[in-house]
Design a protein around this ligand. Structure first.
Ligand code: MLC
Ligand code: AMP
Length: 511
């Protein structure tokens, strides 16, 4: 029995080297070609001194290079650190220094973003770039293709053990400082088995994948499932509704599409505008953010298909899913995957609740991560003595076992499937000279589901200019975290303890 997804992929690549696993921008990679490059990348890492367990950050757009660097890092015994390409100085500096990444694989823009951070990243030793860097870099820098071409012909590569660390996925806590969720090879393997089994994913499947590979949905569902099942993937650099719709209408080989609700909303709009007809696929999956029953119906009407909604998170990969066979209920996230558990507990007493009662969702099983990187305090808080993980999501289970997510125990805005922690944006805005006080919250948005809104109390001597505040955020944080709306008030509503009452602000702003 294999102990890692890497082993499954390499074994199949040996047996079926001509398996056409990956298409990207009119270039096709067979499994044999991909495996050969994965091995070359791993040999190059080892040659340059990477030791087992050391971290390699991928700050990279979707491309074959991402897949090669990802699997190649595993093959060298390394640990992949995933970094959203929109991240800027604040997030990037924190993640790369916290993970003590030794190597970073990136593009030209990424290299430009990294360069000023040299003093903060003493562990970072060298870069691999998939495009020429914008100028001289403060680290030794290797071109990706040249690195593969010059890899030594042999190196002792060992397959990872199941208990070895595979990925650090950074996810924010309520403090605004993101934490690295430690996923082991056995977590990854257990979940991809469960997902492919639940969705009847086989080597006859071909997935259109336009989700970013630096997050769970695109990577650990889309790519992992493809590699595990022996199917194939049509990988896109990014999601463009017109292009995705054209592929879904014209390419008869596609059998699946996975997306966040924002993508489905845009696809429906595009289909209505152009009258394009999507071919019936075997499976449409939505997740990462709530899919409204209205959008579920719109997709059913436009595409003739009932979306399968599922629920996951960085720490646990996939938790629950609507059934492949059986009823897919709009507004629910279905039932636990095979071999995994989920329950709802009272937020205060932590006692398990019965059907129809609302509390916090907890999950347990072989898919659940091993804890937060170098944060035993946060890890201890996140688990109970019996190994149940507190998701921070509020919900209920109905009499048939279907889970419904009704809210969040933690303060979190999900905009177009990307997470924004209000505290992180508040900390940046509080540094602006015209801001005396600030509260950030999420309000409904027709395209992104939720939007970031900043409520500001200005300093008397420095009246704020909304655009300047937005730009201030954009210079420091990922652009999707910037406020879409800035509201100026004289005072923030506070309770007797002085805590900002965001629910009062929300009511006022929506009213
Ligand atoms: C982009 N922008 C966003 C945004 N995405 N703003 C708010 N929310 C978002 N989600 C902003 C950019 O910062 C930019 O602003 C402008 O929109 C245009 O950028 P773009 O790159 O052209 O955007 P677009 O291609 O339209 O992106 C929309 C999107 C993207 C839906 C394709 O957001 C996306 O790929 N979302 C998927 C996220 C995802 O994979 N989540 C999974 C997490 S895993 P400006 O001002 O700079 O021009 C997880 C677990 C699980 O949650 O269960 O799956
Ligand atoms: P992340 O930390 O980026 O992995 O985001 C995980 C969070 O996304 C979960 O804790 C949920 O709040 C949310 N999420 C994922 N899937 C769904 C879904 N189908 N419906 C509602 N929220 C979801």
């Amino acid at each position: 029995m294999e102990t890692s997804l890497l082993e499954t992929f390499l074994t199949r690549a040996r047996q079926q080297p001509d398996w056409p696993v990956l298409d990207f921008e009119r270039k096709r990679f067979t499994a044999g070609e991909l495996a050969q490059r994965v091995s070359a990348f791993a040999r190059a890492l080892v040659h340059h001194g990477l030791k087992p367990g050391e971290r390699v950050a991928l700050f990279l757009e979707n491309s074959p290079a991402f897949v090669i660097a990802y699997l190649g890092t595993w093959s060298a015994g390394g640990v992949v650190v995933l970094v959203n390409t929109q991240y800027r100085q604040v997030e990037l500096g924190h993640i790369l220094s916290d993970a003590e990444a030794r190597v970073c694989v990136t593009g030209a823009e990424g290299a430009a973003e990294l360069a000023p951070l040299q003093a903060r990243l003493p562990a970072l030793e060298w870069l691999v770039t998939v495009e020429p860097p914008p100028g001289p870099m403060p680290w030794p820098t290797h071109d990706f293709d040249a690195l593969l071409a010059s890899a030594p012909a042999s190196a002792a590569l060992r397959l990872p053990e199941g208990d070895a660390l595979a990925v650090l996925g950074y996810t924010s806590g309520t403090t605004g400082r993101s934490k690295g969720a430690m996923l082991l090879h056995r977590n990854v393997l257990a979940n991809v088995r469960a997902v492919t089994e639940a969705w009847r994913w086989t080597n006859a499947d071909r997935l259109l994948l336009a989700l970013p590979l630096f997050h769970t949905h695109g990577l650990m569902v889309g790519l992992h499932g493809t590699l595990y099942s022996g199917g194939s993937v049509d990988l896109r650099r990014r999601f463009v509704a017109s292009e995705a719709l054209a592929a879904l209408s014209e390419d008869a080989s596609l059998t699946m599409f996975f997306g966040v609700p924002t993508m489905y909303g845009r696809l429906v709009e595009e289909a209505r505008r152009t009258g394009a007809r999507v071919r019936p696929l075997r499976l449409l999956v939505s997740g990462s953010a709530p899919l409204s029953p209205q959008l579920f119906e719109d997709v059913a009407e436009t595409f003739g298909q009932r979306i399968l909604e599922r629920y996951g998170m960085t720490e646990t990969i996939m938790n629950t899913t609507n059934p492949y066979e059986g009823e897919r209920r709009p507004g629910t996230v279905g039932l636990p995957y095979p071999g995994q558990e989920a329950r709802v507990v009272d937020v205060r007493t932590r006692a398990p609740l019965g059907a129809g009662e609302t509390g916090e969702i907890e999950v347990r099983g072989p898919h659940v991560f091993a804890g937060y990187w170098r944060r035993p305090d946060a890890t201890a808080e996140a688990f109970d003595a019996e190994g149940w993980f507190r998701t921070g999501d509020l919900g209920e289970r109905d009499a048939d076992g279907y889970f419904r997510i009704t809210g969040r125990a933690r303060e979190l805005i999900i905009s177009g499937g990307f997470n924004v922690y209000p505290r992180e944006v508040e900390e940046v805005l509080a540094l602006h000279p015209s801001v005396a006080e600030v509260a950030v919250l999420g309000l409904p948005d027709p395209d992104f589901g939720e939007q970031v809104v900043a409520v500001i109390v200005p300093r008397p001597e420095a009246p704020p200019e909304a655009q300047a505040l937005v730009d201030f955020c954009k210079d420091r944080l990922a652009s999707f975290k910037k406020p879409r709306r800035v509201v100026v008030v004289e005072a923030l509503p506070r309770n007797a303890l002085g805590k900002v009452q965001k629910h009062v602000l929300r009511e006022r702003l929506q009213g």
